[in-house]
Design a protein around this ligand. Sequence first.
Ligand code: HEC
Ligand code: HEC
Length: 251
Amino acid sequence: MKASLSRCPSEHRANLLETPKFQATSRWILLAALLGSGAGCHDMEHSRQIDNPAVAGRTIALQICSNCHSVDGVSVSPMFPTLAGQRKEYLVNQLSDFRAHLRSDPNAKRFMWGFTHLSDEQIEQLAMYFASRPPPAGLPGDRLLVDDGRTIFISGIPDKGVPACSSCHGTGGEGMGEFPRLAGQHADYIVKQLLVFRQAGQRPRGESMKAISDNMSEQEMRSVAAFLEASSSQAGVPVDLGTADPGSVRR
Ligand code: HEC
Ligand code: HEC
């Protein structure tokens, strides 16, 4: 199996993603090299040619996306959002916005703007792959923060005109359609995105969120984020027979 993997010239470059050097400085340059590499590799199962529309979304997910978002979509570092159990429509929207360079905060530019060659079909398949991974169990957080956050999530902050998050994101934070799942997401990522929404235009579909985050203090953001990181909800995860059981896949 190793021998067949190493036939693909881009395999070696992809491994660079895991080296400390990559993590320290030149992520973008290496990623660009990775994305542009692989000419002449015809082994589609193992191909890293994401600019080739014949490569299945699942293969891209396992070989490229997993370097940052993990094979099961539950990322380790809070810099990389957890994608497991995320709503399919939301994932399609975000991948389309990265591809069109419309979602434009610095980390989106740095890490996600390279994926301009994905076809609509690959985006659909990638979204289905991650939407159908089981979302993570919640991580226990600071009790006071979590309790304050629960109140904000369920009731909003009426004095400040902040609506209940649950009214759009679902009673368990499971999301629906274009409203993302928030339950189980990294707290630091949630706070970061709430701050991004304040910057008009960095997330083109975030208009309703801008009004909300403008009216929240950073302390309130941290509370609601701690509550969400501690939450787990398995509701609404689709079954995708085509991409079930990532553990059995040859990597
Ligand atoms: C080099 C690391 C890296 C790789 C490889 C990568 N991502 Fe990302 N991804 C990120 C980072 C960092 C963010 C957060 C960007 C931000 O802060 O706005 C992100 C954000 C996302 C989001 C938005 C999630 C949300 O909750 O809004 C989606 C969807 C996504 N990535 C899917 C993918 C897919 C699919 C692939 C493979 C084609 C992939 N990513 C490959 C680093 C990466
Ligand atoms: C009126 C509906 C609505 C309400 C109420 C609402 N949201 Fe959202 N939220 C959205 C939509 C729509 C998006 C997706 C925006 C996009 O696609 O860029 C979103 C996205 C987010 C994201 C980004 C998730 C990610 O993975 O990048 C966070 C974090 C978030 N909301 C937190 C909250 C919190 C906390 C509250 C309550 C204080 C809240 N939202 C209330 C509609 C709402």
